[in-house]
Write a protein that binds this ligand. Structure first.
Ligand SMILES: [Zn+2]
Length: 498
């Protein structure tokens, strides 16, 4: 299905009455969607809605503090069609003009999130006023890192809590980040801000000390923007291509991990970008909604390879004289001194003078045993990675078989508001894909939002898919490598038409 709706003020509008309609109208609102029956709450989760109208065209943007729009987490697969159905029935807004993005925070939303989302859109419609608009960018590179580590072996692993990282000396390099914050600013006619839409790529999964329910870093960034720009301003965060981007110090064990300082930095950097934007009268509003068919990956061979690897690792575990209780103090002692780990130096010198080597013999034996025990531990850590990723591969392989199809249909949405241009995808795009699309776009202010209008798990590059079974992005994925070129070509085509 192909829907193209554009509005051209010059050809349609003439006469005084329609002069008002020629300007862009917008309204924004937010509704609390926090689940307050699911334990302590650190900060509220919201559905934030922005409704934009130009002549006969209306577009709705909804930013939801949730992990995904369906498939995983607390928002069901019925959510998107139900919200769209209600907006169509009650407000006459076509379903294909409704964009709903999940921030991908791991907070818990309330059971009636569907009704509350509709309520947010209705409240936004009621507040609609003429607006001026402008696009721009901000810059933030302090709060995130690429979570995929390229190993010297040529394989890649990722930074997760689900398993241990490989030894430091196995890591060769890290992947890119995208420090750009994409911004759409909408001002009222008096120049005061009405809403800010901002797009950035990072998993908002840092959590808060104490572990209470939270909208995470992008909840804090939106709060900073809203509080600084004044009452009634709504800041909608659209998650970008954050598939392989984590908050910094994600595996820190020395400090309570907190999303708040990271979110505050993102919010302040967004505000700097917002302040650099000059809003102008610009009534361009275009929505393109297309369904794209993508090839699914068959992981039969890879699963067999990983199972073989799993058996090989298991069989490589060797008997050791040490156990955890004897290993730990020895490992500390032998890291403190290369030459005299077992006793004071004078005893070693005394042994040397008498021509004895008892302590040095003991040290050599202990070092061998420490090494053997560590080897088993590294094998065990590798097994945790293999088994976690194997479970993901088996899950998606089972769903491939159950679907009876080799393809999956996904919804893409292209949006232009003034000089702000956006393409969306319903999965966890990795950062390289966003960088590629932005670079190839004919428009200055082009941004990409994953996690939108559905959820089909991770969507890594074809190159990252050479590593299937090695990291979450390539294992928690249902796509065949060819998907990337198909999507990037279609995204370029949509951008050309926007
Ligand atoms: Zn994710």
């Amino acid at each position: 299905m192909l829907f193209i709706v554009t509005f051209c003020a010059v050809t349609i509008c003439s006469g005084a009455r329609l002069a008002v309609a020629a300007s862009l109208m917008a309204g924004a609102a937010k509704v609390d969607i926090t689940n307050r029956n699911a334990g302590p709450v650190n900060d509220p989760l919201y559905a934030r809605a922005l409704v934009i109208r130009s002549g006969a065209t209306t577009a709705v943007l909804v930013a939801v503090d949730a992990v995904a729009i369906g498939e995983i987490g607390y928002i069901t697969n019925a959510y998107l069609p139900t919200v769209r159905g209600k907006l169509n029935d009650e407000l006459g807004i076509p379903p294909e003009h409704v964009l709903i993005n999940a921030s991908h925070c791991h907070g818990i939303v309330c059971d009636d999130v569907t009704e509350r989302t509709v309520q947010a859109v209705k409240a936004a419609v009621e507040k609609m006023v003429p607006v001026t608009v402008g696009a721009g960018t901000g810059h933030e590179d302090r709060i995130m890192e690429n979570r995929r580590l390229k190993l010297k072996s040529g394989r890649e692993v990722d930074v997760r809590h689900a398993y241990s990282l490989p030894p430091d000396d196995a890591v060769a390099e890290v992947g890119p980040v995208d420090p750009q914050i994409g911004i759409l600013r909408l001002d009222r006619e008096d120049g005061s801000p009405l809403a800010v839409v901002y797009n950035f790529a990072c998993h908002p999964i840092q959590g808060v000390p104490g572990g209470a329910n939270t909208a995470d870093m992008t909840g804090f960034s939106s709060k900073v923007i809203e509080e600084n720009l004044g009452e009634d301003v709504i800041a909608l965060f659209l998650q970008g291509c954050g598939g392989d981007i984590n908050p910094v110090f994600y595996k820190d064990v020395d400090h309570p991990r907190s999303a708040e300082p990271l979110g505050n930095m993102l919010g302040l950097s967004t505000l700097a970008g917002v302040r650099s934007i000059d809003c102008r009268e610009d009534d361009r509003l275009t929505v393109i909604n297309e369904t794209l068919t993508l090839p699914r990956g068959d992981r039969t061979d890879r699963i067999a390879e990983l199972e073989s690897k799993q058996r090989q690792l298991l069989q490589s575990l060797r008997g050791t004289t040490l156990n955890l209780k004897t290993f730990l103090p020895l490992a500390v002692k032998y890291s403190l001194s290369d030459e005299y780990p077992s006793y004071y130096s004078h005893r070693y010198l005394h042994d040397d003078a008498l021509g004895r080597s008892d302590l040095r013999h003991l040290d050599a034996e202990n070092r061998r045993n420490i090494e053997a025990y560590m080897q088993n531990i590294h094998t065990m850590e590798e097994l945790t990675r293999v088994q976690t990723n194997l479970r993901l591969l088996r899950k998606h392989q089972a769903s491939l078989v159950a679907s009876g199809k080799r393809t999956i249909d996904v919804e893409l949405l292209g949006l232009r508001v003034g000089n702000f241009v956006l393409v969306t995808f319903p999965g966890e795009l990795t950062v390289r894909i966003g960088l590629n699309i932005k670079k190839a776009s004919p428009h200055d202010h082009t941004f990409v939002a994953g996690y939108t209008n559905g959820y089909i798990y991770y969507a890594p590059t074809a190159e990252q898919l050479l590593n299937v079974g090695g990291a979450q992005e390539d294992s928690d994925c249902i796509l065949a490598p060819e998907w990337q070129a198909i999507f990037e070509t279609k995204a370029a085509e949509i951008l050309e038409r926007l």
